[in-house]
Design a protein. Structure first.
Length: 121
């Protein structure tokens, strides 16, 4: 299973989680089965592709983020991708929190309205 985490840089497991999905410069993709870690530059909202679509094309089944707008939560859900929010710290820390079941599943009501602070909630 692949897990995507919006990140501020491309340092793999040590990358800092971006506070808002749509503003992430990178997405760190971790294959939980093999341990492989890759960094993917965010497409932003260019060329008719959203970050959610790029994540789906990368094969992610889960997104862990700091904050996310309701439309992104809905789009990811419609693509069959589970979303967990309130992530802070590094990719490594967020994966551990996810594995321990400490991150809440996102719902549209729990998403931010585009007013997430740059460093997260």
């Amino acid at each position: 299973m692949k897990i995507a985490i919006p990140s501020m840089d491309d340092r793999g497991m040590e990358a800092v989680v971006c506070g808002h999905f749509g503003q992430a410069p990178f997405f760190t993709i971790v294959d939980a089965d093999t341990g492989a870690v890759t960094a993917m530059a965010s497409p932003g909202h260019r060329d008719g592709k959203t970050p959610a679509q790029a994540i789906a094309e990368a094969g992610a089944a889960v997104v862990i983020g700091g904050g996310m707008g309701g439309r992104a939560v809905q789009l990811l859900g419609s693509l069959g991708i589970q979303v967990f929010l309130e992530g802070k710290g590094t990719v490594r820390e967020m994966l551990e929190a996810y594995r321990q079941g400490r991150l809440p599943a996102a719902g549209v009501a729990a998403s931010c309205s585009g007013a997430c602070p740059p460093g997260g909630h």
